[in-house]
Design a protein around this ligand. Structure first.
Ligand SMILES: Cc1ncc(COP(=O)(O)O)c(C=O)c1O
Length: 437
C-alpha cells in the first residue's frame, strides 16, 4: 500500500496507472497558484482549436459534428479531455477549459461551471439530499441561499433545516441528528464577516456521515481552500471575485469525491441543465487569470479602509477579519492566507443617516454584489437582506445602519476621501437639524 499526499489529502491503495497519474497530479499541484490561474485549461492546439489560440476561443456552437456513426457509443464515453464534444449543455470546449482551471485552483479533482452561484448551490444541495433529510446551515448565510433552503428544500422537498450560530463549532455538533445529510457553511459570511472553523466542522461532518459544503465566494481560493481543510465540496458565485469584473453571472462547484462529482455532473448536464454558457465561461476564465494580483490589492485597500473606519468617531463597529479587534482574527490567520476585500461597518443614528451617507458617495457605487475591481457599497437591511424578516435580521446583527463594502482596486486615498465625504454629509444634516430646533 502506498500513501500519497496530494495537496494535503491522502489516497490509498494505488495501482500502477494511478501511481503515474498521482505523480502527474503531484507535478501539476507543484505549479504555483498564479501559474495555474493563468494557464490551467489553456491548450493552444486542444480545446477544439487547431489555430494555436493562446487563449481558449469562445465556442458558441450548441452541437458538434461527429466523425461518423458509432452506435456503440454511450454519452458517458465522450471524453472532453480528448477533444470529444457532442452537445454544449453536456460539455463545451470553453466551459471545459474553465472547469479544469476551477478544479486546479480549489485543489479538487472535479470542477463544474454553472449558470450562477445559485445554480451551483442548488445543484450541490440536490445532489446530496433526499426527502426526510436534515441540513445544518450557518444562520448568517447569503440571504438567497437561506431562502432557497426554506422555500425549495424545506417547504417543497421535505428537508428539515436548522440554522445555527456556527462561530461556535459546538452549536453545529449539537444540531446533528440521525437524518443530518448536509452541513452547509460560508466563511467569512455575508454581511457580518463572521468565520466558522472549517477543519473542526469537517470533523463533525465526518462523524455524522454528512456531506460538508462550503461557499467560498468571499475568500476565493486565493485566500482559502476549504477542500484542504476537510470540506467535501466547495461552491462559488464566480460572479464575484473569480470573474472579478462585474460582467457575468456564473457559479462553480469543485469536489474531490468521485461519487458526488458523478451526481453533480448528471444534475448539471441532465437533471437540472444549469451549465455555464460559453461566453460567460470565457469571461470567468479570463477574470481568473488575474485573481491573485487582484486579491492582493483588494486586501491592501480593505485593510487601509478598515483601519481608517476604526478611527472615525461616527463608526460604532467595523467587521473585517484582518482587524485584531475581529473576534475570529486568530482563526482567520490559521485557516486563511489573507483576509479578503469585503468589510462591513455600522454608524450611529438611523437608516436615514445611512441613506444620507450612501447618497453622498461619488467613488463607491451604491449597488448589490461584490468582488469586482470597482468599489461597491450597500445597505443590507434595505437591499440584499431586506427579504429577511426584521427580527431574524436583528438576531444576526444586521442593523439599519450596517453597510457592506466591496473594496475595489482603485487608489485607496480616493476611496478614503469618499467615505469621509459620506461622514461630512451626515454631520451637515445633523448640524442643520440642531439649527432647526
Ligand atoms: C456568498 C454568496 N453565495 C452565493 C451567491 C449567489 O450567487 P449568484 O448571484 O451568482 O447566483 C451570492 C450572491 O451574492 C453570494 O454573495
Amino acid at each position: 500500500m502506498i500513501n500519497y499526499y496530494i495537496n494535503g489529502r491522502r489516497s490509498l491503495d494505488m495501482g500502477k496507472h494511478e501511481e503515474a497519474d498521482a505523480a502527474d497530479e503531484a507535478a501539476e499541484t507543484a505549479r504555483g497558484f498564479d501559474t495555474l490561474a493563468v494557464s490551467e485549461g489553456e491548450d493552444p492546439f486542444g480545446n477544439g482549436s487547431e489555430a494555436g489560440d493562446v487563449v481558449s476561443p469562445i465556442h458558441l456552437s450548441s452541437t458538434f459534428a461527429l466523425p461518423g456513426l458509432d452506435t456503440e457509443m454511450s454519452l458517458e464515453d465522450v471524453d472532453p479531455d480528448a477533444g470529444e464534444f457532442v452537445y454544449s449543455r453536456l460539455s463545451n470546449p470553453t466551459r471545459h477549459g474553465l472547469e479544469k482551471r476551477l478544479a486546479a485552483l480549489e485543489g479538487g479533482g472535479h470542477g463544474m461551471a454553472f449558470a450562477s452561484g445559485t445554480a451551483a448551490i442548488f445543484t450541490t444541495l440536490l445532489a446530496s439530499l433526499e426527502p426526510g433529510d436534515h441540513v445544518i446551515a450557518f444562520e448568517d448565510l447569503y440571504a438567497g441561499t437561506r431562502r432557497m433552503l426554506d422555500r425549495v428544500f424545506s417547504e417543497r422537498l421535505g428537508v428539515d433545516v436548522s440554522y445555527v450560530d456556527a462561530t461556535e463549532t459546538a452549536n453545529v455538533a449539537d444540531a446533528v441528528r440521525e437524518e443530518t445529510a448536509v452541513i452547509w457553511m460560508e466563511s467569512p459570511t455575508n454581511p457580518r464577516l463572521s468565520l466558522c472553523d472549517v477543519a473542526a466542522i469537517a470533523a463533525v461532518a465526518d462523524d455524522a456521515g454528512a456531506t460538508f459544503g462550503v461557499d467560498n465566494t468571499f475568500a476565493s481560493p486565493y485566500f482559502q481552500r476549504p477542500l484542504d481543510l476537510g470540506a467535501d465540496v466547495v461552491v462559488h458565485s464566480t460572479t464575484k471575485y473569480l470573474n472579478g469584473h462585474s460582467d457575468a453571472i456564473a457559479g462553480a462547484a469543485v469536489t474531490d469525491d468521485d461519487a458526488l462529482a458523478e451526481e453533480l455532473r448528471f444534475l448539471q448536464q441532465v437533471g437540472v441543465g444549469a451549465a455555464s454558457p460559453p461566453f460567460d465561461s470565457y469571461l470567468v476564465g479570463r477574470g481568473i487569470k488575474t485573481l491573485g494580483p487582484r486579491m492582493e490589492r483588494h486586501e491592501a485597500n480593505a485593510t487601509a479602509i478598515a483601519e481608517h473606519l476604526e478611527d472615525r468617531p461616527e463608526v460604532t463597529a467595523v467587521y473585517y477579519p484582518g482587524l485584531e479587534s475581529h473576534p475570529d482574527h486568530e482563526l482567520a490567520r490559521e485557516q486563511m492566507s489573507g483576509f479578503g476585500g469585503v468589510l462591513s461597518f455600522e454608524i450611529g443614528g438611523e437608516m436615514a443617516d445611512a441613506k444620507r451617507f450612501l447618497e453622498a458617495l461619488e467613488e463607491f457605487t451604491l449597488a448589490v454584489s461584490l468582488g469586482g475591481v470597482e468599489s461597491l457599497i450597500e445597505l443590507p437591511a434595505g437591499m440584499t437582506h431586506e427579504p429577511v424578516p426584521r427580527e431574524e435580521r436583528e438576531a444576526i446583527g444586521i442593523t439599519d445602519t450596517l453597510m457592506r463594502v466591496s473594496v475595489g482596486i482603485e487608489d485607496v486615498e480616493d476611496l478614503i476621501a469618499d467615505l469621509d465625504r459620506g461622514f461630512e454629509a451626515v454631520a451637515r444634516e445633523s448640524a442643520s437639524a440642531v439649527g432647526d430646533d
